[in-house]
Design a protein around this ligand. Structure first.
Ligand code: ADP
Ligand code: ADP
Ligand code: MG
Length: 502
């Protein structure tokens, strides 16, 4: 095992990796941009080095600087987390070239799966069913129109280099095809520096089912069951769970074997995820393989009892997996909610500010993977996910009850989060009975529930502020009896508002 590793990431995932390393008696090195100097991951690591760059985001993308720090700090390996450099084969290669270990798959495996079109090509030749469509980027309109007609509308235009739910465009009819294609290309060029766009059949309201796989360098492969990540907003996951209520044991095993074959097809080792969409008839089609640890990996850990990050470290250091396929047993049910700093009552606008109070829920079956603490500042430079709340129950109903109660007891002040929105999803009858797919938020969820909550909250706020203004008047706080604007905006008022409102 390594004696020291560097974590090339920030926030909750950096904390998560540091935690696993500590439990294995591995020392940890954090890297951080100045705007992050007050964040928990910096203090939690044994050593922390500041990065220098033009923008905060670029700091965590500066391969050379990160590898230099790794060497200087005496780290033997680098964990990339997710996002940032985690799916860049050049990074994995440069780390190996510098004589360090990359805690992830080989550069060539990242390469084979990095482009969605390349991955589709490889998977279909390995016999893995892919969503109908092209395996190459579309280059001319004749081809575009004829293929769209052949596979049938609606179709989905996707950036070959896409990720994070970005670079996708649904097209309902021929009329919109040309303009959608052109804007998809522009968007892809801007977001990913590559304007390749290909076409897939749009599967109407499927389930997103993904399989966790892991392999070592000794030829041991295992699948760890599925995660249902169908609750999405703008193609981004919000709530994930394991197992999925629609998979039976035979389908689970079949999909697991398909995922392992996908991994074998690119000589994969370390942890990875094979993503599928599943239609109403339970046909599943390969979407992509994420060649890294995923945001939602904890739900798999909760139902299997396997620590995926520790296994990642074992594999990268050349050890064998600590278990075999036959040891993998799924127990109970786990659900994860992403705690995102957006205002559900104001068009999900990302929020920034200082966290001035925080109380995390606790108790049996509750796990929090968090990147924040009281006093730290949330800036606009990074992804708005602050933390993840993961619960485990003996069955789905039990897990749902624990989740509802935990969400309601999760208090974060000073910054708006989507917690109230998550509560309404967890309580939704159709989510509770398991009849949901990726269309849930768009087609089933009633946003007027949020409107009603907002109105109710405003009434409470009005009542409280009227009350406190009277108090101010009684105490002679304001000579006119009408509070000045300054007083109305004072911290006290804000505190009362957020306390009573949430
Ligand atoms: P997961 O299944 O792990 O949630 P996502 O595709 O949602 O996978 O990506 C995980 C994180 O990585 C996201 O929070 C996002 O910020 C980041 N990410 C992934 N791909 C990209 C990309 N191409 N550009 C920017 N960020 C990305
Ligand atoms: P990303 O790299 O951004 O994660 P994915 O290919 O994994 O992109 O797709 C993200 C989400 O978009 C899926 O989970 C699914 O909800 C939706 N999606 C992608 N492809 C299709 C498709 N062909 N039909 C229907 N939905 C799709
Ligand atoms: Mg995906």
């Amino acid at each position: 095992m390594f004696s020291r590793i560097l974590i090339a990431n920030r926030g909750e995932i950096a904390v998560r990796v540091i935690r696993a390393a500590k439990e294995l008696d591995v020392e940890t090195v954090a890297i951080f941009h100045e705007v992050d100097k007050g964040m928990p991951f910096v203090h939690y690591a044994d050593y922390a080095y500041q990065l220098h760059s033009d923008t905060p985001k670029n700091a965590y993308l500066d391969m050379n600087q990160i590898i230099e720090i790794a060497i200087k700090s005496g780290a033997e390996a680098i964990h990339p987390g997710y996002g940032f450099l985690s799916e860049r084969s050049e990074f994995a290669q440069a780390i190996e070239d510098a004589g360090l270990a990359y805690i992830g798959p080989s550069a060539s495996a990242i390469d084979s799966m990095g482009s969605k079109t390349k991955a589709r090509e490889l998977m279909s030749s390995a016999g893995v069913p892919i969503v109908p469509g092209t395996k190459k980027a579309i280059t001319d309109f004749v081809e575009l129109f004829s293929i769209a007609k052949e596979i049938g509308y609606p179709v989905l235009l996707k950036a070959s280099a896409g990720g994070g739910g970005k670079g996708m465009r649904k097209v309902l009819s021929e009329d919109d095809l040309k303009s959608s294609f052109e804007s998809a290309q522009r968007e892809a060029a801007k977001a990913f520096g590559d304007d390749s766009v290909y076409i897939e059949k749009y599967i109407v309201n499927p389930k997103h089912i993904e399989i966790q796989v892991i392999a070592d360098k000794h030829g041991n492969y295992a699948y760890l069951g599925e995660r249902d990540c169908s609750i999405q907003r703008r193609h981004q996951k919000l709530i994930e769970e394991a197992p999925s209520n629609i998979l039976d044991e035979i389908t689970r095993q079949k999909m697991g074997e398909v995922a392992v074959n996908a991994a074998k097809a690119c000589g994969y080792y370390n942890a990875g995820t094979v993503e599928f969409v599943m239609d109403r008839d339970k046909n599943s089609y390969f979407l992509e393989m994420n060649t890294r640890l995923q945001v939602e990996h904890p739900v798999t850990e909760m139902v299997t009892g396997i620590d995926l990050v520790k296994e990642q470290l074992r594999v990268a250091s050349g050890e064998e997996l600590s278990f075999r396929q036959e040891d993998v047993k799924l127990t109970g049910h786990a659900i994860e909610c992403r705690i995102v700093a957006e205002d559900p009552f104001n068009s999900f606008m990302p929020d920034i500010g200082t966290i001035n109070y925080m109380r995390e829920p606790g108790g049996k079956g509750i796990r929090i993977d968090s990147g924040i603490e009281t006093g730290c500042e949330i800036t606009m430079h990074f992804d708005s996910m602050l933390a993840k709340l993961i619960v485990w129950g003996k069955d789905r109903a039990d897990a749902l009850n624990i989740m509802e109660s935990a969400l309601k007891n999760y208090k974060i002040k000073g910054i708006k989060t989507i917690i109230p929105f998550l509560v309404t999803i967890i309580n939704h009858p159709q989510f509770q009975n398991g009849w949901f797919d990726t269309g849930f938020i768009d087609n089933v969820y009633e946003f007027r529930v949020l409107e009603q909550m907002k109105e109710a909250q405003e009434e409470v706020i009005a009542a409280i502020s009227a009350y406190s203004f009277r108090k101010i008047k009684q105490n002679g706080g304001s000579s006119t009896g009408i509070p000045s604007q300054q007083q109305a905006q004072s911290n006290n008022w804000k505190k009362t508002r957020s306390y009573k409102g949430r």
